[in-house]
Write a protein that binds this ligand. Sequence first.
Ligand code: PRP
Length: 182
Amino acid sequence: MGEIKEDIKEILLSKRKIKKKVKKLGKQISDEYRGKNPVFVSILKGSVIFLSDLLRELKIECSVDFMAVSSYNEKTESSGVVKLIMDLRESIEGRHVLLVEDIVDTGLTAGYLRDVIRMRNPESVEICTLLSKPAARELHIECRYTGFEIPDEYVVGYGLDYSEKYRNIPYIATLKSEVYRR
Ligand code: PRP
């Protein structure tokens, strides 16, 4: 097996660009949530790298929790079926919740989780996503914070995978077409 970078077609967002954007989002969130002690709900697994960088840019008191969903799919397209497979550890009643996603694609995952959270009487729920693909949207969803809008292409890196690989590359990229034929 060769090196990961041999599978990369094009770098869409460099390490430097992502870092700058995450810093900006961290500042904005710190300004808007000061004194509100928000809880960051990270959706496993894709969002963990974004979450960990974002947390270190926050200047405010906050907490973190995790949820996981399964979309029954290992391919490059969402199946449209979402199931909660791991729930939060803490109660979110009366809390300001920020759902942290790596990508909002069809919007089905974020929409489902936002509804699950809303049913638990939080003070507020907003979505913070690093990437958004407006052209792929099936469900209209408001994202309070969006890092980058990208074209409707399959991307990997910075937490995003293809068949569980490539999460560890520090930038966002597309893959060569032969990778999908292996
Ligand atoms: C990805 C991503 C979002 C979801 C977005 O997760 O992390 O949760 O898909 O797609 P949607 O807007 O079409 O619902 P994935 O199912 O690939 O799981 P992972 O985060 O564990 O890689």
